[in-house]
Ligand binder design. Structure first.
Ligand code: GLN
Length: 207
């Protein structure tokens, strides 16, 4: 059972991708609905609008604990919410993912685009739809980069991670739910299943 934060943004397409893969999808609009989920998707949208909604009912504090324990997949604005540090401008975030992101950082020509890019996932290059995407400018030592994108910014060629994983957290700066290819959602469901196998093998007192 995977929750999708449905306060705003691109949540319906995530639900479709999950159900096509045999998972159950539940739209989450209140903090008490997080209870009992096996995983959560933080969709794209506008991160400042998410933050405004999360100020209600202690939602931010509950989500802050949740993402530290339960597999969570952030896409685009969802990555901004998970990041440790946010620039352009700096704003509050859940801080669970050890990265720095810059919002709307690709410049006007590059910020909404479709690329077909190789990743560490099996099955060949993947279509990636970027919509006013954030750019990951720093990754911490435990962050695994699964795909990158090269861009020319201010006369320099820079390589930025666009798909990353840190333990139970997955993050894509593009919108995988808008492509027909469901490999990234499938990868997330595998992360959830592995986590379940691990936690059910451990004695309750060690959790
Ligand atoms: N530009 C948005 C933000 O900064 C993110 C865009 C998206 O999620 N597609 O929050």
């Amino acid at each position: 059972m995977i929750g999708i934060l449905a306060l705003q943004g691109a949540y319906e397409a995530h639900a479709k991708a999950l159900t096509s893969l045999g998972a159950e999808a539940k739209l989450i609009r209140r903090p008490d609905q997080l209870h009992g989920l096996d995983g959560l998707i933080l969709p794209g949208g506008e991160s400042t609008t998410f933050l405004r909604h999360l100020e209600r009912d202690g939602f931010f504090a509950v989500l802050y604990e949740f993402v530290r324990q339960t597999p969570t997949f952030g896409t685009c604005a969802g990555v901004i919410l998970l990041a440790k540090e946010v620039h352009n401008p700096s704003q509050a975030s859940l801080g669970a993912l050890d990265i720095t992101v810059e919002r709307n950082a690709y410049g006007r020509q590059l910020d909404s685009t479709i690329l077909v890019t190789p990743t560490e996932l099996p099955g060949g290059p993947l279509e990636m739809i970027f919509i006013r995407a954030p750019r990951i400018t720093r990754t911490g030592p435990v962050v695994q980069t699964l795909a990158t994108r090269d861009v020319h910014l201010e006369g320099k060629q820079v390589r930025s991670p666009i798909l990353i994983r840190q333990g139970h957290l997955l993050a894509a700066t593009f919108h995988p739910e808008l492509s027909a290819d469901t490999r990234i959602h499938q990868f997330f469901l595998q992360m959830v299943a592995k986590r379940q196998a691990l936690t059910s093998a451990l004695p309750a007192e060690s959790l």
